[in-house]
Design a protein around this ligand. Structure first.
Ligand code: ADP
Ligand code: MG
Length: 615
């Protein structure tokens, strides 16, 4: 017939097809994703055209996608009632390098030792993936434009394609794949259904297979918030999150600048990492106009937000981009910045508007926020606002923010004080707490072993330094004078104690910070706190350095404490007993500092002292 037109593929397209046809690789099934993605695009374009008021052919036919699989003939068809293609469009879209992605894709394949043809869709040449599975592809298409006739495009992938008129076609595109022998399995209905579900669950158009509806979950994130029921959100979350519970938090938001984002993010009710799952991976999928670009996308969020699940859809993403190059595009950085900023803002809002939910969130996920403080300089300050601690001004079990702490600071208080302790009782009875209680300065109680490290990294909040209580350079306003040793007597006692304790201490001196305790360990090292010391010690022991010399710490004594006062008298009368008491005072101070290594060693002395008391 004279109406058959023969066309040759452009050189690059032919080169691409040769690779696609001949490469053996595992992800063959992605051709289904690519063709459905094109069908969904065509439906999307139709929707847009219709919405903008343009007249379209068969306006009464809604945009849908249907597939059929015939095992006996080994064929698959993918039909959409989308925008369709004119003759000119068929030639341009399915045979020329209309997309700059062709060259980029070829280059990528050439550079890769194991070419990953699965990336084909991301380079904007997804249509050609049909030839991975089909020996012959027939495209029948009719444009939405009323005056345009229908056309049939046929190709076997090599050489070129033929176009013939096809008059009676309805609007849209039907693609028929005659499968290669080794790809016949795709015509099995169950197999095809699994692939459709895997890649296209959120395609916002109905998809059916051999007349049955396949996709049930819709692109929820693109819908108006007011139309979505709580239950829809929960179902959607449970589906994408593989969770049987409802999420703890949900953020559904759109942004236009600096980058277009439609996003639906969830925080699971439970933190899987603390449930023994090991390190988890982010489960946020990246979409571009409802078509999956990358499942569990890397780099969308900082690491410390890896507990998030959900969807990010950005129409600003070019489809002609590979996963590898995406890692270092400024686009991904822009997305990351916008998403992280928005999520942090959301957490702040939650903390203000529903403090109870926020506390639940904090209880589950505080370690992630703290990891962020330590590892993510950019968001350190914002994360500081989200931290919560018990403090000397809160009730037991109630938490305060640093901002609230600062708002309570008096004009004579310059720093934010933190005290690491195993629990509230230990914190409140710590000798290090005494000066703060006396001066009515609030102290944050840090119970998590990470906290000291975290507050040190945070460094400052609202211009105020976070200071370990042990390191605070604070004196009592009004040291107790009544019955206290004179300055000279205290000095003399300190000198004697140093002599008596010998190498077990550094310096001994009179303290300005104690109220109820006889003595306290103060480290000569300005920065080292007792918990850091414990950590170092543990590390040294692991290295097998058990024989390392004991560290020496300074001891400060309370000249008004009865033990200290009487010790001064006793050393004149019974030097041996006084020496034993001095040892015990030192050991007690080390217990309070959490650095006494083996409490059993002091039991003998303790028993001897008890014997003396009861004599
Ligand atoms: P991409 O989808 O990234 O543009 P493809 O190679 O998948 O790249 O498709 C090339 C072009 O062919 C599309 O941009 C579109 O214009 C056209 N096309 C493919 N399939 C269809 C279809 N089902 N309906 C209408 N146009 C289509
Ligand atoms: Mg495509």
């Amino acid at each position: 017939m004279s109406s058959i037109e023969k066309h040759t593929f452009q050189a690059e397209i032919q080169q691409l097809l040769n690779i696609v046809i001949h490469s053996l690789y595992t992800d063959k099934e992605i051709f289904v994703r690519e063709l459905i993605s094109n069908a969904a695009d065509a439906c999307e374009k139709l929707r847009f055209t219709q919405a903008s008021g343009t007249a379209i052919r068969q306006a009464e036919i809604p945009a849908t996608i249907s597939l059929s699989a015939d095992e006996t003939t080994g064929t698959i068809t993918i039909t959409d009632t989308g925008i369709g293609m004119t003759h000119e469009e068929l030639v341009k879209n399915l045979g020329t390098i209309a997309h700059s992605g062709t060259k980029a894709f070829l280059k990528q394949l050439a550079e890769d030792k194991k070419p990953d043809v699965g990336l084909i869709g991301q380079f904007g040449v997804g249509f050609y993936s049909a030839f991975m599975a089909a020996k012959r592809v027939t495209v029948q298409s009719r444009s939405f434009v009323e005056s345009e006739p229908g056309w049939q495009w046929v190709s076997e992938g090599t050489g070129g394609y033929e176009i013939t008129p096809a008059d009676d076609l309805p609007r849209g595109t039907k693609i028929t794949l005659e499968l290669k022998d080794e790809a016949k399995e795709f015509a099995e209905k169950g197999a095809l259904e699994r692939i459709i579900k895997r890649y296209s669950s959120f395609v916002p158009f109905p998809i059916d297979l051999n007349g049955e509806k396949v996709n049930t979950v819709q692109a929820l994130w693109t819908r108006n918030k007011s139309e979505i029921k709580e239950e829809d959100y929960n179902q959607f979350y449970q589906f994408i999150g593989h969770d049987h519970e409802n999420p703890l938090l949900r953020l559904h938001f759109n942004a236009d600048a600096p980058i277009a984002i439609q996003s639906l993010l969830f925080v699971p009710a439970h933190n899987l990492e603390t449930m023994g799952m090991g390190r988890i991976d982010s489960e946020v999928n990246l979409y571009c106009r409802k078509v999956l670009i990358q499942a569990k996308a890397k780099g969308l969020f900082p690491d410390w937000l890896r507990f998030l699940k959900g969807v990010v859809d950005s129409e600003d993403l070019p489809l002609n981009i590979s996963r590898e190059t995406m890692q270092d595009t400024s686009l991904l950085q822009k997305l990351n910045k916008a998403l992280t900023g928005r999520f942090l803002k959301f957490l702040n809002e939650q903390a203000e508007q529903s403090p109870e939910t926020y506390v639940k969130f904090y209880t589950e996920y505080q370690r992630f926020l703290k990891e962020g403080v330590v590892t993510d300089f950019t968001h350190r300050e914002a994360l500081g606002k989200l931290l919560r601690f018990e403090s000397s001004s809160t009730e037991k079990g109630k938490l305060t923010s640093l901002a609230d702490y600062v708002s309570r600071m008096g004009s004579d208080q310059k720093e934010i004080y933190c005290l690491q302790a195993p629990n509230r009782e230990a914190a409140e009875s710590s000798p290090y707490f005494e000066v703060f209680r006396e001066r009515k300065f609030e102290v944050l109680f840090l119970y998590d072993s990470w906290d000291e490290f975290v507050t040190e990294h945070l460094g400052q909040f609202d211009g105020k330094t976070l200071k370990p209580a042990e390191k605070a350079d604070l004196h009592l306003n009004d040291p107790k004078k009544e019955g206290a040793l004179s300055e000279d007597a205290a000095k003399a006692l300190a000198g004697w104690m140093k002599e008596s304790l010998g190498d077990r201490v550094g310096e001994v001196r009179s303290s300005q910070r104690l109220v109820d305790s006889p003595a306290v360990i103060v480290d000569a090292d300005k920065y080292m706190t007792s918990s850091m010391r414990r950590m170092l010690k543990a590390m040294k022991q692991e290295e097998g350095g058990a024989g390392a010399p004991e560290e020496k710490h300074d001891l400060e004594i309370n000249p008004a404490h009865p033990i200290i006062v009487r010790l001064e008298q006793m050393r004149q009368k019974d030097a041996a007993l006084a020496a034993q008491v001095a040892e015990q005072v030192l050991d007690n101070a080390r217990v309070a500092a959490g650095i006494l290594e083996d409490p059993r060693a002091m039991l003998k002395r303790m028993n001897q002292l008890l014997e003396r008391v009861l004599a």
